[in-house]
Design a protein around this ligand. Sequence first.
Ligand SMILES: Nc1ncnc2c1ncn2[C@@H]1O[C@H](COP(=O)(O)OP(=O)(O)OP(=O)(O)O)[C@@H](O)[C@H]1O
Ligand SMILES: [Mg+2]
Length: 289
Amino acid sequence: MNLKVSNLTKIYGGKIKALDDFNYNFTAGVYGLLGPNGAGKSTLMNIITDNLKATSGEVSYDGENTIKMGKNFRKILGYMPQQQGLYPNFTLIRFLYYMAALKGMKRSDATKDIERLLKLVNLTDCTKKRLGGFSGGMKQRALVAQAMLGNPSVIILDEPTAGLDPKERIRIRNLISEIAFDKIVIIATHVVSDIEFIAKEVLLLKEGVIIDNGSPQKLCQELDGMVFEITTTEEKLHEVTKFFKVGNISKDENNIFVRIVSETEPTGYTFTPVKPDIEDIYLNHFDDA
Ligand SMILES: Nc1ncnc2c1ncn2[C@@H]1O[C@H](COP(=O)(O)OP(=O)(O)OP(=O)(O)O)[C@@H](O)[C@H]1O
Ligand SMILES: [Mg+2]
């Protein structure tokens, strides 16, 4: 199973280059697409799902152009868009049957699948409610459920946990890693913890270009010996944030602890080396973004 993106470029309105000769070969597994606002994540997903035309380049699935595949590609595709364009007057159950019908699923198959998915996203008790009355988090979960209808082999999720409370965030994350077996799952996010432990590969996207990619372990190794925790005081905090790429700041009664990424040891400060994580990778690449 492979989803190949070749030489994909998207220029909006003749000016804004949202994707710049993007190339990648996705195989079974979870991929985290990480990048700041405007990096091109949604643009890439909209093109893969054929909701947007590329300026140039193509997408193929197992060697076949996905636009030519048409209906046959849509059948194996699950997509959760970033914008919550839901049908406010539809009840949840009607919405899910409607989406299943669009995918060409038989009603009896849809019934079984919907029941299973409602449990997974914790919405079993809300089937008769209208979507217009859903909270933001409920809408997100309804969208995750519809993306997984029909057991698709390619699943594209654009910021699936945006607006979810911590418990539902974990639920969705676990759900994704459970269903990911033998599927291509691509998740766009700026929330590092969404993908840190479930992604096979992380792609860092900046201005439409992949600036770094690899397994979380590989990416973290790149920063070995470059992440430190400085112990400092309120008075000196300003100085530290001015000189270093600063991540998490925490405090206790006496001290302030500042996590930094730095190519050299922060001599002159009290510090301890710490183990890099994906948050540090993000900070290192996008500190100025
Ligand atoms: N319909 C559009 N018309 C013009 N420019 C657009 C359009 N959609 C996106 N862009 C521009 O393309 C670039 C990439 O946008 P995109 O939405 O793909 O980024 P993103 O990585 O998904 O950002 P976010 O994290 O905010 O969702 C941005 O500069 C954006 O302003
Ligand atoms: Mg987006």
